[in-house]
Write a protein that binds this ligand. Sequence first.
Ligand code: FA5
Length: 345
Amino acid sequence: MFVGSDVEEIAATKTVEQLRELRTKLLGKKSRLSQDLAGLTKLPPDQRRAEGERLNRRKRELEAAFDERERALAVGQLDTALERERVDVTLPGRPLRVGRHHPITATIRELTRVFTGMGFEAVEGPEVEWDYYNFEVLNIPRDHPAREKYASLWVSNPLGDDPQRPMLLRTHTSPMQARIMERRKPPVRVIVPGRCFRYEATDPTHESIFFQFEGLAIDDRLTMADLKGVLYSFARQMFGGDRKIRFRNDYFPFVEPGADVAVDCFVCDGKGCRTCGHSGWIELLGAGMVHPNVLRAVGYDPDRYQGFAFGGGVERLSQLRQGVPDLRAFQQNDVRWLSAFGQVS
Ligand code: FA5
C-alpha cells in the first residue's frame, strides 16, 4: 500500500462527487485501512503499538489530503459559478416604463392640496343618490323649474322602486353638502371631489360623465368676502396670477346670493373662440351663500350659522391648466394622449 499514490489520486480528483467516492473507498468502514485498524487487537502486543502508530499516521495523511482537495475543489466551483453568472455592470439598463396619473386624478390631487392648505378636509360621497339629497334638501322641490337644468339619469332601486324615494346618478356633488351637515356640527370646512352624471349632449366643454368638486364652509361669522377670498386664493394657486377671474350674479336654489365664477379663456385669451363658445370666458364654478332653507333642512339654526358653498368642474380646471381644447379627450383613454397629458407624481 503506497500512501504516495493515494495522495496523488486524491489530488487528481476533478469533482466533489469523485472525492466523496474516493474518501469512502480509502477511509470508509469497508476500506482496507479501517479493517487494518480494526484488526490491531488481533496483533501480538509487541507489534500492536508500532503498527497502530503507522496506521493512524497514514489515516491523518489521507485525511489532510482529502481536506485540502475539498477546499481546492470548493474554490474552483465558486470561481466557475462566478464566471458563469457574471453580470456586466457596464451594460446600459433597460428603461422602466413609469406610469402616470390621469390628468383628472392629478387635478383632483392638486386642488385637494390647495384646499386642504386652507383648512378644508377632503371627503367623498355616493355616486348613486336619492332624489332627496340631489334636489329636495337643496331647496329644489318636485316640479321646480331648476330641475330642468340637471338632465338626470334616473335608476331603478335594486331593493324595489319607491315612487316617494326616486334614485338617480347624482347630477352634481352638492348633495354632499347636506349629508355632511346632517352628520356634523359647525364649524364645517370640506372639499368633495367626485364623479357626476348628466343626460346631455357632449361638446368641447361638456360630457355626460364628468367630475366636480364641491366646497362647503359653515361657521358663525362667514360672509361673501370669505367666499371670494377663498376662491381668489384657489385660482391664483391653480393658474398663477395671470388669469382673470369673473364673479357674476347667478341663480342656484340652494344659495342666496349666488354667483357664477369664470376664468378668461386660455385658448383665445378672452377674444372668443370655439372652446369658450365665443364668449371669452370659461365657466368654472357655481357658488354662493348657503340658503337658509338648506340650513334649516339639516337642522342648523340659520340665525346662528351661515356659510358658503361652491361647486366646479374638474375637467374644466384640467383643461385650463394643461391647455386641453376638448374635454372629451379625458374619457377616451387614448394611451398616446394620456402619456402626453398624464402627470408623473
Ligand atoms: C352645479 O352643479 C352646482 N351644484 C354648483 C354649485 C355648488 C353652485 C354650490 C352653488 C353652490 P353647474 O350645473 O353650473 O352647477 O355645474 C358646476 C360646474 O360643473 C360647471 O361650472 C362646470 O365646470 C361643471 N360642469 C357642469 N356640467 C358639466 C358637463 N356636462 N361636463 C363637464 N363639466 C360640467
